[in-house]
Design a protein around this ligand. Structure first.
Ligand code: ADP
Ligand code: MG
Length: 322
């Protein structure tokens, strides 16, 4: 039912950046080695994501666009593992409910790709098109059929900056994948597959790399690694704070607090530092199913984690040189 889809879509597709996030995660899940994003007018006019992942067979394309159809859960164990990562099988259906969506896909064994278009809940019959193996998803004219929602979109420049932020988070979390970002026909970011440190430098810039300390601490089942800026980093501000838990971007008060305390303790600095940090922990020590967009998590042992993060940063700041 289109109306229900449009209402549900509001939770998944708040703005172009949220659609982009879902599309990028699908490309990552499909095992893509290279992903190209093309945006027009901040993603409002067009988001095109092209990947060289597994592709989708002709028969499965309608399923991919159906609500609550996912290829990512096949056993009950999967369900438990996967629910917390947000595989709900509704992203593409939701995007299709509030935009004009086209999907073209080719599995390696097929001679050509198949393309469908979805508009207002209706799917066109698949037609053959030429495409290297992989998937290209296009979202045109977000909210063309729900003008009330469209009014809440910001300027093209602002929507682009949200999209770029989403792009950066995913690029940081997967340095092994090559990523390109274009806006209105201009290449804005081109990131080759790289080791994690090089990816951090490529995304945050040389100045960040030269004015930050390296962190790599391990204790029991926890590992924290990455970089945190020293006061010399001129852009040390809230907009460059990247924290990943088991590879997923997370915003967390507990972590921010632990970092802030460490900066205060060592550098007597009372502002938010820039950082890129990866926390690795057992999957059962963290519950990611708190928020529909999965940016927030709940830790099983917040007190121990706070201490661990505080000490790791404290030590790195006290002893580390850029
Ligand atoms: P979910 O990712 O939660 O399964 P989505 O609506 O995002 O739900 O996608 C539905 C299905 O479409 C996926 O389970 C996957 O099988 C398929 N799919 C979507 N995007 C891609 C892609 N880029 N490459 C291969 N398969 C894809
Ligand atoms: Mg998905």
């Amino acid at each position: 039912d289109l109306l229900i889809s449009q209402i549900a879509a509001g939770e998944v597709v708040e703005r172009p950046a949220s659609a982009l996030k879902e599309m990028l995660e699908n490309s990552v899940d499909a095992g893509a080695a290279d992903i190209t994003v093309q945006l027009v007018q901040g993603g409002i006019k067009l988001i095109r994501v092209m990947d060289n992942g597994t592709g989708i067979s002709k028969e499965d394309i309608p399923l991919a666009l159906a609500r609550h159809a996912t290829s990512k859960i096949s056993t009950l164990e999967d369900l438990q593992q996967v629910v917390s990562l947000g595989f709900r099988g509704e992203a593409l259906a939701s995007i299709a409910a509030v935009s004009r969506l086209t999907l073209a896909s080719r599995r390696a064994e097929q001679k050509h790709a198949w393309k469908v278009q979805a508009e207002s809940g209706r799917l066109s019959p698949p037609e053959p098109v030429a495409l290297a193996s992989g998937t290209t998803v296009e979202m045109h004219d977000l909210y063309f059929n729900t003008p009330a929602r469209r009014k809440f979109l910001k300027t093209e420049a602002t929507e682009f900056s949200y999209c770029e932020e989403t792009f950066k988070r995913i690029a940081l979390s997967r340095p092994d994948i090559g990523f390109t970002l274009q806006h209105n026909g201009t290449v804005r970011r081109h990131l080759r597959a790289a080791d994690p440190r090089s990816r951090i430098a490529a995304v945050l810039g040389d100045e960040f790399s030269q004015t930050s300390v390296l962190i790599d601490e391990q204790a029991a089942d926890l590992r924290l690694w990455g970089s945190a800026a020293l006061p010399a980093y001129s852009r040390a501000s809230r907009d460059a704070q990247y924290f990943f838990v088991n590879g997923r971007f997370v915003r967390d008060k507990l972590i921010t607090h632990a970092l802030r305390e460490a900066y205060r303790d060592v550098l007597h600095l009372d502002r938010y530092p820039a950082f890129v940090l990866f926390l690795e922990m057992k999957a059962e020590s963290v519950d990611a199913n708190v928020h529909p967009t999965k940016i927030e998590v709940r830790f099983r042992d917040p007190r121990a984690l706070h201490q661990f993060v505080f000490h790791a940063i404290d030590k790195a700041l006290a002893t580390g040189q850029p």
